[in-house]
Ligand binder design. Structure first.
Ligand code: COA
Ligand code: AMP
Length: 247
């Protein structure tokens, strides 16, 4: 069956506000555009860009997302302490180095101290490897085979649609053999839940950032000597469809 990638992104005053994507058969393109438009247009925008492309290769079919582990903390400092410990165990980096990297995300990781447009890539020596420190790398072309079923399942357990998107994105990341952990906080000032992922689980941590902070971002921790071009190609180009959620 021919499948299409549908991507929408909204901006205001030349600044990206939000974006979303789906992988869908031809017959559903119209419905999907309407759904995504409905979602993006909740925020004030002056431009929405819609991109539709046929998938050039069949998607990789994945049985399940990472298992979801939900954790609540007294405040964002406690949550970050826990996040640092789990990243330390996975990467062997010192707690101090991990804290420095996480601080960059909380204060603006691009050279102009704004949010990056994608994720930071860091190896196990603590070196940043993204080709462009303002852009980083963006994980795209990932979706669920039957999104309605997944949303129903997540909602039964009181998770939101946003969790579905983050979980899909990070599940794709963890499929790459050189990516061993991820840290993420949203750039929305009121959305305080963030996550750390490893090959074993998606740890959803609340609150991982301070209320009112407009900074956010992602760090992908990769093995030393990882082929960065290959990582970019996989994350940006390889289509992935996930069959079920592990909750
Ligand atoms: N943040 C800031 N700017 C962004 C951006 C982001 N997340 N995504 C796109 N842009 C802007 C940038 O200026 C970018 O130029 P750049 O490549 O120099 O950074 C420009 O838009 C074009 O980017 P492109 O990658 O061609 O956009 P696109 O039309 O393919 O849309 C999105 C990409 C927005 C759909 C994608 O980035 C995204 O965020 N997808 C959601 C991921 C997700 O949740 N997946 C799970 C689905 S289940
Ligand atoms: P979001 O999860 O959309 O709130 O995005 C949080 C941060 O993650 C953004 O500020 C970007 O730095 C980064 N980001 C956004 N989209 C992507 C993506 N598709 N892949 C990797 N990083 C992203």
């Amino acid at each position: 069956m021919k499948l299409f990638s549908v991507k929408l992104r909204a901006s205001k005053d030349g600044k990206h506000i939000s974006g979303a994507e789906r992988i869908t058969p031809y017959e559903k393109i119209n419905t999907v555009i309407n759904q995504l438009y409905h979602r993006l247009s909740r925020k004030e925008f002056d431009s929405i860009n819609i991109k539709i492309d046929i998938l050039k290769e069949q998607p990789l079919l994945v049985e399940k997302t990472l298992p979801v582990v939900n954790m609540n903390f007294k405040n964002h400092r406690e949550a970050n302490k826990w996040a640092i410990q789990i990243i330390q165990k996975q990467t062997g980096l010192s707690e101090e180095k991990i804290k420095q990297l996480i601080d960059l995300i909380h204060f603006g990781a691009s050279p102009d101290r704004e949010n990056m447009r994608g994720a930071m890539i860091v190896d196990l020596r603590g070196n940043r490897l993204e080709k462009n420190r303002s852009r980083g790398v963006r994980t795209t072309d990932v979706d669920y085979l039957d999104r309605e079923k997944i949303i129903r399942k997540l909602k039964e357990k009181c998770f939101t649609e946003r969790t579905a998107d983050a979980l899909a994105l990070t599940t794709k990341n963890m499929l790459h053999s050189d990516i061993i952990a991820e840290y993420c906080i949203s750039d929305e000032p009121d959305y305080l839940t963030g996550y750390v992922s490893t090959k074993e689980a998606y740890y959803r941590l609340t609150p991982l950032k301070e209320k009112g902070n407009e900074k956010g971002g992602r760090i992908y921790f990769v093995k030393n000597g990882a082929d960065i071009d290959k990582i970019y190609r996989f994350l940006e180009e390889k289509p992935v469809l996930i069959k079920d959620v592990d909750i």
